[in-house]
Design a protein around this ligand. Structure first.
Ligand SMILES: *Cc1c(COP(=O)(O)O)cnc(C)c1O
Length: 373
């Protein structure tokens, strides 16, 4: 007997975790446009628009700016593998899951790793980075801007000047922060900066916007060894996204349509308006949760506006609350990772989910779920 598979049907959830976030209809609709060839002149024009819009959103003039085919982690891997040659000393700031992931990648690309660490839920101390660089001649210093596993937003400007005093490349993960908090690639002198589509950009997961400064491109051009990833080698990928239009791999056509629409939405609203909106509703959400007697993991000045980490009270069962939210309110929030598992909830208000009704919905549904216990 031939097995029968039903038509696909998925629930329309409210995605209020740390990603993926809900996708606006405009973006979904863009993805249903007919697939065309990856060298079709119409598609080439779309690629240029996407690159121009990415430069606006990253606030950069960098020529090498494009979406890597793959999720945020592909952006991370592309950033590191193109910046590191075997034997290069690399300093990574670690205060959560994503800093830890960077360390793993650095070692896989043959980098000589040194870490500067902070407790999960606390930012990295720039003084410790300065001290570490005294006797460690790092070629690259990597840091996560919005550490989604803890809800810490790392201030970047002071770190950037420390890194450049030492002539290293400054590499920053903005997967969660891009378009929800200021990310000023040129003003802050960031050399390699990558993001992801499914957090504040409200696109399905599948592309990783990335940008390289002229300094980072020069280092790439002068490598004495080939990039240790064929797929993510920017010197080859750039030949397709740049003016040569040489085939490397087939662009994920429909995802590029989606990203184009998502970026259009971001720019229609305006970056500053967007940053302010995230701050405003973050504060409102915090106020409401605190009124319910809940406490936040991260102190106010280092909180990411788009992901809030809320301490699970001792008497409360983390899983039961999340299950109730999903079953009764069709709403997804996340638990903690690693050492924070069972200790925090992570609530994401990213892009379109960052608005009054959603804040009120979170507060009333959390109240109901907690009351049951
Ligand atoms: C989500 C995330 C990633 C990884 O992105 P994936 O799309 O899951 O591969 C990397 N860094 C940060 C800070 C993230 O939040």
């Amino acid at each position: 007997m031939k097995k029968h598979y039903e038509d696909l049907s998925t629930p329309a959830r409210l995605l209020l975790g740390p990603g993926p976030s809900n996708v606006p209809d405009r973006v979904t609709k863009a993805m249903t446009c007919p697939v065309i060839g990856h060298l079709d002149p119409v598609f080439l024009a779309i690629m240029e628009e996407v690159q121009d819009m990415l430069r606006e959103v990253f606030m950069t003039e960098n020529r090498l700016t494009l979406p890597v085919s793959g999720t945020g982690s592909a952006g991370m891997e592309a950033a590191l593998v193109n910046s590191i040659e075997p034997g290069d000393p690399v300093l990574v700031c670690v205060n959560g899951v994503f800093g830890t992931r960077m360390c793993d990648i650095v070692e896989r690309c043959g980098g000589v790793l040194r870490k500067v660490e902070a407790e999960w839920g606390r930012p990295i101390d720039p003084g410790q980075v300065r001290d570490a660089l005294e006797d460690f001649d790092a070629r690259v210093v990597a840091v996560v801007h919005a550490e989604t596993s803890t809800g810490v937003l790392q201030p970047l400007e002071e770190l950037s000047s420390i890194v450049h005093e030492k002539d290293a490349l400054f590499l920053v993960d903005t997967v969660t922060s891009l378009s929800g908090a200021p990310v000023k690639v040129d003003d802050w002198d960031i050399d390699v900066c990558y993001s992801g589509t499914q957090k504040c950009l409200n696109c399905p997961p599948g592309l990783a916007p990335i940008t390289f400064s002229p300094r980072a491109v020069e280092k790439l051009d002068k490598r004495s060894t080939p990039v240790r990833s064929w797929y993510l080698d920017m010197s080859m990928v750039q030949k397709y996204w740049g003016s040569d239009r040489v085939y490397h791999h087939t662009a994920p056509i429909s995802m590029v349509y989606a990203l184009r629409e998502a970026l259009r939405i971001v720019l229609e609203e305006g970056l500053e308006e967007r940053w302010e909106r995230h701050l405003k509703y973050n504060r409102e959400l915090v106020r409401g949760l605190e009124e319910m007697g809940l406490r936040m993991l991260v102190e106010e000045r280092f909180r990411t506006p788009m992901v809030l980490s809320v301490i699970v009270p001792d008497s409360i069962d983390d899983d039961a609350v999340r299950k109730r939210l999903l079953d009764e309110f069709n709403t997804e929030i996340a638990s903690g990772l690693g050492p924070l598992k069972g200790k925090i909830w992570r609530i994401g208000i990213m892009g379109i989910s960052c608005r009054e009704e959603i804040v009120q919905h979170i507060l009333s549904s959390m109240k109901a779920a907690l009351f049951r216990q």
